[in-house]
Design a protein around this ligand. Structure first.
Ligand code: ATP
Length: 235
């Protein structure tokens, strides 16, 4: 569904991604793990067209998307939930969700998807008329994911959804990511520092170090890998 071929990107004269290649198949959950500053967020930003791809190719459903404007990439079906959520704090929960659907014209479908989101996250239904800024960190993460889902993406890019959340809330968020993948057949590209939780819901994983992919494999294999255990799982 998505393929990166020798992609480079960066900031100013610094290359943050140094020629990475990876692929995501339709229906999969894949995770990109790595330490702080490895280049994970830059990878997502480059796929979304926010950080320009300097060389290489990005193919989405066999179409080259590097160089397309970010809104066109959203229209094609790729939607990102950025690190730090970035919800609209002064808009209500419902208004935040409406913003996610602003490119859509199928009113019935939008209503159906909002109802689905309220069954997925009952707390958001309860708080639909409260300002986003008054939600807890976990609820804001749920809202950010829901807002992205309102665009009906084929592929959801999630950047550190567990960041700053309590362990119980993290488990809940990861369980819901799995549920979204299964129920709405949304392909998931998950960037995480919480490698343990991410590998437990993913089909496959890639390890990134210093702008390069250094290891790839089935999630179970990576969980059993001694180097991964030592470097990322604290075992
Ligand atoms: P983190 O988990 O801390 O976000 P990451 O793996 O997502 O880490 P990136 O945020 O992609 O890593 O950063 C990769 C490199 O690019 C780092 O050296 C970082 O300092 C640099 N970088 C990231 N954003 C910018 C920016 N806006 N301007 C300049 N350099 C940046």
């Amino acid at each position: 569904m998505l393929e990166l071929v020798e992609v480079q990107s960066g900031y100013g004269n610094k290359l943050a991604i140094k020629g990475i290649s990876l692929e995501v198949k339709e229906g999969e959950i894949i995770t990109l793990i790595g330490a702080n500053g490895a280049g994970k967020s830059t990878t997502l930003m480059t796929i979304c067209g926010v950080t320009p791809c300097r060389s290489g190719k990005i193919l989405f459903q066999d179409r080259e998307i590097q160089g397309l404007p970010a809104d066109e990439i959203v229209r094609l079906g790729i939607c990102q939930v950025p690190e730090g959520r970035h919800i609209f704090p002064q808009l209500t929960v419902k208004e935040n969700l409406d913003m996610g659907a602003f490119l859509r014209t199928d009113r019935e479908g939008v209503k159906r998807d909002m109802d689905y989101i309220f069954t997925l996250f009952p707390i958001l239904a309860e708080r639909r008329y409260q300002d986003g800024g008054n939600l807890s960190g976990g609820e804001q993460q749920m809202l950010a994911m829901s807002r992205a889902l309102m665009a009906r993406p084929r592929m959801l890019l999630l950047d550190e959804p567990s960041m700053g959340l309590a362990p119980l809330v993290i488990r809940q968020i990861f369980e819901i990511i799995r549920q979204i993948n299964e129920e709405s057949n949304t392909t998931i590209f998950l960037v995480e520092q919480n490698a343990n939780q991410a590998l437990h819901i993913a089909d496959r994983g890639y390890v990134m170090e210093n702008g390069r992919i250094t290891l790839a494999g089935a999630a179970g294999e990576l969980l059993d890998n001694k180097d991964i255990q030592k470097a990322y799982l604290g075992i």
